[in-house]
Design a protein around this ligand. Structure first.
Ligand code: XMP
Length: 509
């Protein structure tokens, strides 16, 4: 399989670089700059990309690499810090500018550049740097320049070395993808034949070889990652797979049944559903502090889960739906810290698995979804909006009781139904109902009511770090409000949350 190495020097866009290469149907993997040269040589990469990073090459503590990497005969593309590093390794000149160059910048391309083939003479690119290459190393052609950057890009085609001061991977660089495609196809000679179907076939074969006659246990949450991992493992080993699904009664209306139906009937496996709402509620009795609730739900979840696994275990493997972004902590460069889920869940010491299996560990979220669709998982499950681990436990504000969970589930189901019918779903990143625990006065018929309030939260966002409240049309909001008040017992008022994040968060607790 042809693959490209993204050598991580700590830049913020490193995952994006790998993602862009994969968009060109070439597999890309990210490794830290501490990876030994022999490992890189033996892996048979078709090309190497040095990422950006926040440091200055001439500082001793900055991440460096042996210049021998430039002599492997493998094409190298340096980006931003990676470009400066390449120039520095080859005795070019790097200078520190008095001001940082940041934002969209016009560059002029050299028409004889191979890297800029198909890119207009003048185009916009995204710059973010203080240091710059003042003088390219010997035998390098200057492939592009800008007002403040005498060497915005450079290349030595004979040595197969290329560098750009700007970021081709971000969408603000108009012809960034053309440039990456030139590197990947024209320069590295890749064919671009990496397909999801190949991934599925290869992974199924590997899983069969690893698991053999043994069993494998997977914790299924109903979220996208663990669901796709379950479907893939089921395709590989069928009944040898046991999925443990802890239903703590804090999921949305009918969600537990939906998960069970999706797996029990459609995928051969041993499906175990642990229903434990009462147990969870008894631990949450009288608790109102949000962090305390989160802690109780988390601790309780793993207790129930591992107790069940312990009961079922008779040798074999433990699987989990770790995906690529879970493993790579970007922006560090340093030995790309591995954050395995098993660290997060605190694996019990008394169960000795033959090994941990993470079949999705090299995939990004949208790739995981593509695999899920191909394996035949229901659309709703594959495109499920994020749902917090503590579930409705943090959307029932204050004490969590069976009755209050029920009211919220019913209101939330109406909201989902109306949003889905209106076709507005795809415009929203996340939407849900909240039960704030406020009672207000109302009038129904001739009678005065004093009942619960439901708040609707709906946001648009790319990354959940910042979010805007969704501008849902009034008529849709009106229908949602009418139906909730008419159909959900114990509710007499609906409000819409119009708070941005920041300062508000997406969830209310
Ligand atoms: P906030 O409320 O922090 O939410 O703006 C951002 C995203 O994170 C989700 N979220 C959680 N997910 N456990 C989770 O697994 C939690 O405790 C939790 N709290 C918030 C939230 O739903 C949103 O997608």
């Amino acid at each position: 399989m042809e693959k490209i190495l993204v050598l991580d020097f700590g830049g913020q866009y490193n995952q994006l670089i790998a993602r862009r290469v994969r968009d060109l149907k070439v597999y890309a993997e990210i490794l830290p700059y501490t990876t030994p040269l022999d490992t890189i040589r033996e892996a048979g990469y078709k090309g190497i990309i040095f990422t950006g990073g926040p440091n200055s090459v001439y500082e001793e503590a900055s991440p460096h690499y042996t210049p021998d990497i430039l002599k492997l005969g493998i094409p190298v593309l340096g980006i931003c810090y990676g470009a400066q590093l390449m120039a520095w390794m080859l005795k070019g000149e790097i200078r520190h500018a008095s001001t940082r160059e940041y934002g969209r910048t016009e560059i002029t391309a050299n028409p004889s550049s191979l890297l800029f083939k198909g890119v207009p003479e003048k185009s916009l690119c995204w710059m973010s740097h203080t240091d710059y290459i003042a003088k390219a190393p010997k035998n390098f052609l200057i492939s592009a320049w800008s007002e403040h950057c005498p060497v915005a890009a450079m290349e030595n085609p004979k040595k197969r070395l290329y560098a750009v001061q700007f970021h081709p991977e971000v969408s603000h660089t108009e012809f960034g993808q053309t440039l990456l495609a030139n590197f990947i196809f024209q320069i590295c000679g890749c064919k671009g034949d990496w397909e999801m179907e190949d991934f599925i076939e290869r992974t199924v074969k590997e899983l069969r070889a690893t698991i053999g006659d043994k069993g494998v246990i997977l914790g299924l949450s109903g979220g996208v990652d663990s669901s796709v991992a379950a479907a893939l493992l089921s395709r590989a080993v069928g009944e040898k797979l046991t999925c443990v699904f802890v239903d703590q009664g804090l999921m949305r209306k009918d969600e537990g049944d939906m998960v069970e139906a999706a797996f029990k009937d459609l995928f051969p496996m041993h499906f175990v559903r642990v229903e434990c709402q009462e147990e969870f509620l008894s631990h949450l009795k009288g608790v109102t502090d949000p962090e305390e609730k989160r802690k109780i739900i988390g601790v309780q979840f793993y207790q129930v889960f591992w107790d069940k696994v312990r009961d079922l275990y008779s040798g074999g493997f433990f699987a989990q739906g770790t995906i690529y972004p879970d493993r790579i902590e970007s922006g560090k460069g340093d030995a790309a810290k591995i954050k395995t889920h098993h660290n997060q869940v605190g694996m019990p010491e008394d169960i000795h698995f033959d090994g941990i299996i993470e079949p999705l560990k090299d995939l990004f979220k949208d790739e995981v979804r593509a695999v899920g669709e191909r394996l035949g998982l229901p659309h709703d499950l594959v495109w499920r909006q994020p749902f917090p681990g503590p579930g409705l436990g943090v959307r029932v504000i204050g004490e969590v009781t069976a009755e209050r969970v029920h009211i919220l589930q019913e209101a939330d189901a109406v909201l989902r139904d109306e949003i889905s019918k209106s076709g507005y779903e795809e415009k929203l990143a996340q939407f849900f109902a909240v039960l704030p625990g406020v009672r207000t006065v109302g009038v129904m018929g001739d009678a005065r009511t004093y009942s619960e309030l439901i708040a609707i939260r709906a946001v648009t966002t790319d990354d959940f770090m910042t979010a805007d409240w969704a501008k849902i049309p009034y008529d849709i909001l009106g229908r949602i409000s009418n139906r909730i008040i008419n159909e959900v017992d114990g509710v007499n008022r609906v409000v819409y949350d119009i708070t941005q994040k920041p300062p508000g968060t997406v969830e209310w607790e």
